[in-house]
Structure formats: C-alpha cells, structure tokens
Write a protein that binds this ligand. Structure first.
Ligand SMILES: Nc1ncnc2c1ncn2[C@@H]1O[C@H](COP(=O)(O)OP(=O)(O)OP(=O)(O)O)[C@@H](O)[C@H]1O
Ligand SMILES: [Mg+2]
Length: 291
C-alpha cells in the first residue's frame, strides 16, 4: 500500500519537483573505423513529482543511473531541469545556497588540510572569523567522536574516520537542508551502523522543533533507507522515475535502537515490500539495470 504523505493544511512544501524531466546530451563517440558517431540523448529523469515538508527525512533508493544524484544536484542549483519546475523555499534553486549542506559517498576531504581545517571549509565560505571557526570545528569533530584527531590528515585517517570528518563538515555551518549522497556506502557494516546511529542522534535531537533539518538521503541500501527515514521514495531507471513513495511509521527516536529495530516485524515487512517493488521492476528490465 502506498501512503501519500500529507501536509498540514496551509503549509506549502519546502521542496517541490513538479513534472521534472532531465535529458542529457551524450557526446558522440569514435566508431571503430575512426568516424564520429552522432551525439544521442539520454532521458535521465521523467515526470518526477515530489513534495517535501520542512523537517522531513526522505530517503531516495534505486538502481545505479536512475537519477538520484541528479535530483540532489537540482536542489543544490548545480543542474537545471530540462522540463518542469524545481522549487526550494518557493524559489528556483541557485548556487551558492548557504542553507544547504551536501555530503558525498566518498570522502571529499582535501588531503593537504587537517581534519579540523577540512571542517572549517564551509565556515570560511560563510566568512566566520578564525577563532570562531576553530572552536566550531573542534566542537563538531568532538560530536562525531574524533576528539584528538583534529590535526591529522586524510591519509592518517581510516575510511570511517574520513566519513566522520565529512559529516562534521556537512553539519558545521548548521545548514537547514542536508543533501546526503550515499554518505555511508563505503563503510563496513559495523562502522556503518555506528555512523548511522550517530547521525540519527544528531538529527533526532531536534525532534518536533522547527530546528529539525530537512534531509534528502540517497542510498542503494533499502534497509538503511527504512531504518533512518520518515519516507522512502523508490526510483526505477531507464528513464529515472518514481515507483513508490512510502511513509515509514517506525517510532522515533530510533538512534539508540537501530540494531533492535531491524528485527521487528514492521521493519521486515516494510523492507520486504519495498524490495519486491525494486526487485520486481528489475526483473522486468533485466539487462538494463546496472547495480
Ligand atoms: N552531466 C551529465 N552529463 C551526461 N549524463 C549525465 C550527467 N549526469 C548524469 N548523467 C547520466 O544521467 C543518469 C542518472 O545519473 P545519476 O548520477 O543521477 O544516477 P544515480 O541514480 O545517482 O546513480 P548511482 O547510484 O550510480 O550514483 C546516468 O545515466 C548518468 O550517466
Ligand atoms: Mg549517484
């Protein structure tokens, strides 16, 4: 059963995609005989309609190439849709947007900067003075469990620690919107669960208040999506489109109970349903889906 998320009467969504399509023009390639082949078009997204209320935690799940990152890039103002309308707080997204924190799958730490200096980056962009930047960066590294690692460099940190630094950096300037593109994908199962819990604990602190951040969280991992989000949107590729938009009713706060939640009937039922939705569709399109 698909449950349409309902907004309180009179509240307009913070984020909306209205009939959004994206066509990318792919460059022509050289054929084996050296002649150039014509460029072709790729329908990356087709007819996407999504409305997201402020403070909601939404997970986007789907096979590789179904347009998840493109949707985040549209919100960040990096990609303009070929058709349709994207709106953020009633306006067309533009660069730079100080309300947005964007976190990527692989740590994007600058190798020549220490952990602390990496966390300070968005604060520099926002013109914070040195002392305030340093204090905030230390506070954030402490929050993600990296006290004592402030002066270490990327090479000296494990993959899990690098993702913690990236998380600290994403949260440092306290943006109200978090775009997270497979932030924990590169981690082993144990580290992943720890970081999921830490992130959720930080996010759930502001439960029920208007300080709660709006999160769009992209993942390939259906269990992660159901575990963390208020709502899971399942996407299919070729062209990228929405197959399912499901409200997740698991109670909050969840941060302290992530391991147990995974054994509850409701969790299993929901992930199973959504898995069938993804899997069924993959079966229909065997051969077209890379994972
Ligand atoms: N700038 C671009 N130019 C041309 N094609 C692009 C561009 N950006 C994305 N695409 C194509 O659009 C489709 C969707 O890409 P996107 O990166 O949004 O997928 P995704 O769902 O994030 O995939 P993954 O799970 O692998 O990260 C892909 O076929 C991709 O090759
Ligand atoms: Mg992607």
């Amino acid at each position: 059963m698909t449950v349409e998320p309902t907004a309180a009467p009179g509240t307009s969504p913070l984020i909306s995609f209205k009939d959004v399509s994206q066509v990318f023009r792919l460059q022509g390639q050289r054929a084996a005989n050296g002649s150039a082949t014509g460029s072709r078009e790729l329908m990356a997204l087709q007819g996407i309609d999504i409305e997201i209320q402020a403070g909601q935690f939404v997970a986007l799940v789907g096979a590789s190439g179904c347009g998840k990152t493109t949707l985040l890039n549209m919100l960040a103002g990096l990609v303009a849709p070929t058709r349709g309308e994207v709106s953020l707080a009633g306006r067309t997204p533009e660069l730079p947007n100080m309300d947005i924190g964007y976190m990527f799958a692989r740590d994007a730490l600058l190798p020549w900067r220490s952990a602390r200096k990496n966390v300070e980056l968005p604060l520099e962009t926002r013109g914070w003075d040195r002392k305030k930047r340093e204090d905030r960066a230390r506070e954030m590294l402490d929050l993600v469990g990296l006290k004592g690692r402030e002066s270490q460099y990327r090479l000296q940190l494990s993959q899990g620690m690098r993702q913690r630094v990236a998380l600290a950096r994403t949260l440092a300037a306290d943006p109200s919107i978090l775009l997270m593109d497979e932030p924990f994908a590169a981690l082993d199962a144990r580290t992943k669960l720890t970081l999921q819990a830490e992130f959720l604990r930080i996010w759930e602190q502001h439960q029920g208040s208007d300080k709660r951040k709006t999160v769009i969280f992209v993942t390939h991992d259906l269990q992660e999506a159901v575990l963390l989000a208020d709502r899971v949107i399942v996407m299919l590729p070729n062209p990228g489109r929405i197959a399912e938009d499901r409200v997740i009713d698991l109670p909050r706060p969840r941060a302290e109970h992530l391991s147990e939640i995974q054994f509850t009937d409701e969790f299993k039922r929901t992930t199973h349903d959504l898995f069938e939705r993804l899997e069924g569709a993959i079966g229909d399109r065997a051969g077209q889906v890379a994972s």
